[in-house]
Design a protein around this ligand. Structure first.
Ligand code: SF4
Ligand code: SF4
Length: 352
């Protein structure tokens, strides 16, 4: 792979992501939800001593080979907070390893008192505002997140079915989250997608798309950012002790230009994509050990190249500790970017 014609010799990336779909049950019935996310067959798991022992084993396995890399737990569902003792899982994950953090993908419907009691356990929240969401509740929740400087991305789900109401809610949330106090909160629009269960799906009209585009533009223009607060968040909130490991949470690349060794932000998804040419064929790619997935039924798999689930490995089983071994062996990449089904892994650690 080359950038501006210079061969890249390494991708530096110190983040290890464990995506965990905590059940496939949700208290909402959004028509645009993916089947997998809301089949209703598996509630978020009960946090038993066995589950605690198994997640501890998983982290220990990772740590054997990666003493300093940062672990990000991405908890989604269904609705991950649906399990009554969910806070116990948050505490377990935070206690096992202090070089890790939890990112939560949620509809935010637990009562405000629940959030008040547990807000210190989550660093990032991907919050979604749905047809069934209550605007008053989400306003309170966002105020709470702002007080705690929690990093939030909130998406208002908008389709032809709920256009007027959703636009009304978006405008209220835009006004709320524009001032500096809400620096860590980013408001977005998520347009409905066609899914197998969305019988009433209608495309947004051209005019509706234009209204949404202009609302987003306006929000971006008005949004006030407190840079000191952002810098504080980056250097204090996420528990990473080593400066360099913190820096390379954002993927960087190494290359030589005019005999000078350069380390620069990779920026593939931040506007630099056109400067790259080629693919990762022949590189040692460590993506398997950097991107793991736990399915709603506890099955474990790896994401790179394509999602593959390990045979008989389940995080809820008694013999998980005997069956799960972390694989630190790199792949030698043999796929061009076009064939590579690993978009998220493009930025995983690699060495030529
Ligand atoms: S809140 Fe999310 S998981 Fe629940 S039904 Fe809606 S889209 Fe699906
Ligand atoms: S296809 Fe993607 S994930 Fe697989 S080895 Fe190549 S770069 Fe890595």
């Amino acid at each position: 792979m080359k950038i501006d014609g210079n061969e890249i010799t390494e991708v530096l990336n110190t983040r290890i992501v464990i995506e965990w779909a905590m059940g496939n049950w949700c208290n909402f019935r959004c028509p645009y939800c993916f089947d997998e996310a809301n089949l209703g067959t598996h509630k978020a798991p009960e946090v038993t001593p066995l589950v605690q022992a198994n997640v501890t084993h998983l982290v220990k396995q990772i740590r054997k080979h990666n003493p300093n890399d940062h672990i990000q737990w991405t908890l989604s569902g269904g609705e991950p907070t649906a399990q009554k003792k969910f806070e116990f899982l948050l505490k377990t994950l935070n206690d096992i390893d202090d070089n890790s953090h939890v990112m939560l993908v949620t509809n935010g419907t637990r009562p405000i008192t629940w959030w008040k009691n547990n807000i210190h356990q989550v660093e990032h929240v991907i919050l979604s505002h749905h047809i069934e969401s209550k605007i008053e509740h989400n306003i309170e929740l966002l105020k709470l997140f702002a007080e705690h400087k929690t990093n939030i991305a909130i998406s208002v789900m908008i389709g032809a079915q709920n256009f007027d109401q959703a636009v009304k809610d978006y405008k209220i949330l835009a006004e709320l989250t524009t001032p500096k106090k809400f620096t860590h909160i980013k408001l977005m629009i998520n347009r409905f997608r066609l899914t197998s269960r969305n019988d009433e799906f209608n495309e947004l009209s051209k005019e509706q798309h234009e209204i949404l585009n202009s609302l987003q533009e306006q929000y971006k223009l008005n949004k006030q950012i407190d840079e000191t607060s952002r810098i504080f968040w980056r250097s204090n909130r996420i528990r990473i002790k080593e400066k360099l490991y913190r820096k390379y949470q954002t993927p960087h690349i190494k290359y030589t230009k005019d005999n000078e060794k350069i380390i620069d932000e990779m920026g593939w998804y931040r506007g630099k994509r056109n400067r790259y040419e080629g693919n990762w064929v022949g590189y040692k790619c460590y993506a398997e050990g950097r991107a793991m997935h736990i399915r709603y039924d506890g099955g474990m798999g790896r994401l790179p190249c394509k999602v593959v689930f390990f045979k008989d490995v389940n995080i809820f089983d008694e013999d998980f500790v005997n069956k799960y071994k972390y694989n630190n062996e790199p792949y030698i990449c043999d796929k061009t970017y076009i064939d590579c089904n690993c978009a998220g892994q493009l930025e995983a650690k690699k060495v030529l």
